[in-house]
Ligand binder design. Sequence first.
Ligand code: 5GP
Length: 210
Amino acid sequence: MMAAKDKGLLIVVSGPSGAGKGTICDAMRRDFPEIGYSISMTTRPPRPGEIDGVNYRFTDNAHFEALLAADAFLEYAKVYDHYYGTPKDFVFRRLDEGRHVMLEIDIQGAMQVQEKYPEAVLIFILPPSLAVLEQRLRDRRTDSDEVICKRLAKARGELDWIRRYDYVIINDDLQRAVCQADAILTAECRKTSRNDNTITAVLKQYTRGE
Ligand code: 5GP
């Protein structure tokens, strides 16, 4: 009989927009191709170049609230007046299949995931300073001054939450930040507590003398 699979890893990544979260998450997925990326649902309008079903699943308030009432989200948050949420089905199906899932979500959402699924691995990505963050946001040229101010104020307010995360990565050098993220995933995957079924199967072979 085939041994039961151990569950995949639920990886939660947060950090202010402009911290380099997206780039680091892309690199982790390149280095660990078995990671699946949960596509969030949002009521925020698409930015130029964003594609429905790729960047987000874009929807309206009524549909989002109906799904919320049906308990369809693992977590959700209202950020800058728009809803964002992680549909539950995809995440749990994949974890049960022994595959990893990555969520790139804000702190409110990360805390809900930690509460509901304590085995999740929470990583916070920080820019080296608020000044660098502001410069990165301005260089992106995607947000108005008002939105940039809101994002900076939010980043400042979020700093108190970092200690609730399992890991922090300071992104002053992208390559080093990616190495650190990869090291975290490698170590987490090797934890005995995450490999119970695998260990049982191997030990059975040992006792059979194979
Ligand atoms: P943006 O509008 O810049 O794409 O995202 C704004 C914020 O919403 C970011 O901090 C992003 O991480 C967060 N976010 C994106 N998707 C989700 C989600 O499904 N749940 C939660 N809680 N936050 C999300």
